[in-house]
Design a binder for this molecule. Structure first.
Ligand code: NAD
Length: 294
């Protein structure tokens, strides 16, 4: 079996953001290996042998418009991967970088995506519980213009206070809301997201610093480890643990997969879900296993 053919990227046009570092860089390396023509975008310079790279700030509508104009007329797979951590005072910036700019860019490029093409985002386990904000997220998603959305954010300071979480929850809401919308389903365009767990990347230091109330690197690292790793005596993922599955999701291998939020966290969020279900039923794991043994 020809593995390159199975992926279906050979000679295809791929656009990917955030490719200067971390998961997206790792995905870009694999896309190149698989023979894709890659157009890569980042706020920082990209040091990979892509077909064309663009430097630009994707939190800004004008910058997105400028880059969109220069991208190819036909795109087979679009990957939106860039992201930042949250620091106080940066609530709106986080919405623009981690969600709204990505939504805007996907919508500007949708008519160039080929039939049976794919749009794939990197969200996060941080978006876990997106169902709780779904109605509000859909309200935001349906606003007609960038300016309307900025006004909406201004009017909802309570929602954007949990900045990183809310942006990722909106992203996950977007995937589930759009997968069967006319513009996607009529041309069989797939839309999915991967939701990574703790991964060592260019963002790690910022995540650590921003998690500690005092901005203390070590305290933040311990807090993150307590939330994401301690319960399973776990370890942080490497960029390729996320970048490679991302490439698979956008490929022909997953030709019938759409609307999915794929948690790549060694089972952590599944455990959160099952724990919540057991709590809701007021049964402990011990009780369940005792029942099973009788
Ligand atoms: N690292 C983790 O533990 C983790 C966990 C869950 C989700 N994520 C998500 O994974 C994605 C990839 O991040 P990463 O961890 O590989 O970090 P990274 O910092 O290594 O990569 C992110 C890239 O996005 C680029 N970027 C940031 N702001 C930009 C902007 N305004 N315009 C254009 N490019 C911009 C950065 O320059 C960088 O190259 C992000 O969306 C992040 O939220 C990361």
């Amino acid at each position: 079996m020809d593995l390159k053919k199975l992926f279906g990227y050979e000679g295809k046009t791929v656009v990917i953001t955030g490719a200067a570092s971390g998961m997206s860089k790792s995905a870009t390396e694999l896309l190149l290996e698989l023979g894709a023509n890659v157009y890569a975008i980042d706020i920082n310079p990209i040091d990979l042998p892509v077909t064309k790279s663009f430097q630009g700030d994707l939190s800004k509508k004008e910058e997105i418009d400028r880059i969109v104009k220069e991208l190819p007329e036909k795109i087979d797979a679009l990957f939106l991967c860039h992201g930042i951590a949250y620091f106080p005072g940066k609530e709106l910036l986080v919405q623009k970088v981690n969600f709204y700019g990505q939504k805007y860019m996907a919508e500007q490029l949708l008519n160039r995506i080929s039939d049976h093409g794919s749009v794939t985002f990197i969200s996060s386990v941080g978006g876990f519980g997106w169902q709780q904000v779904y109605e509000k997220a859909v309200e935001l998603i349906n606003l007609p213009t960038w300016d309307d959305a900025m006004k909406w954010y201004e009017e909802h300071p309570d929602l954007i206070q949990s900045a990183y979480v809310f942006a990722k929850q909106c992203l996950e809401s977007y995937v589930t809301y759009k997968c069967m919308s006319k513009e996607y389903i009529d041309r069989r365009i797939r839309i999915n997201a991967i939701n990574p767990g703790d991964t060592t990347t260019g963002l790690t230091e910022d995540f650590n610093r921003s998690t500690s109330p005092k901005g203390d690197l070590q305290e933040g690292e311990e807090m993150i480890s307590n939330i994401f790793l301690k319960s399973w005596n776990g370890y942080a993922a490497e960029p390729k643990d996320m970048g490679y599955p991302l490439v698979v999701v956008g490929s022909d291998i997953c030709s019938y997969m759409s609307g999915q939020l794929i948690y790549i966290d060694f089972g952590l969020t599944s455990t959160w879900t099952s724990g919540a279900l057991l709590q809701a039923n007021q049964k402990s794991i011990e009780e369940i296993s005792q029942e099973a043994n009788h």
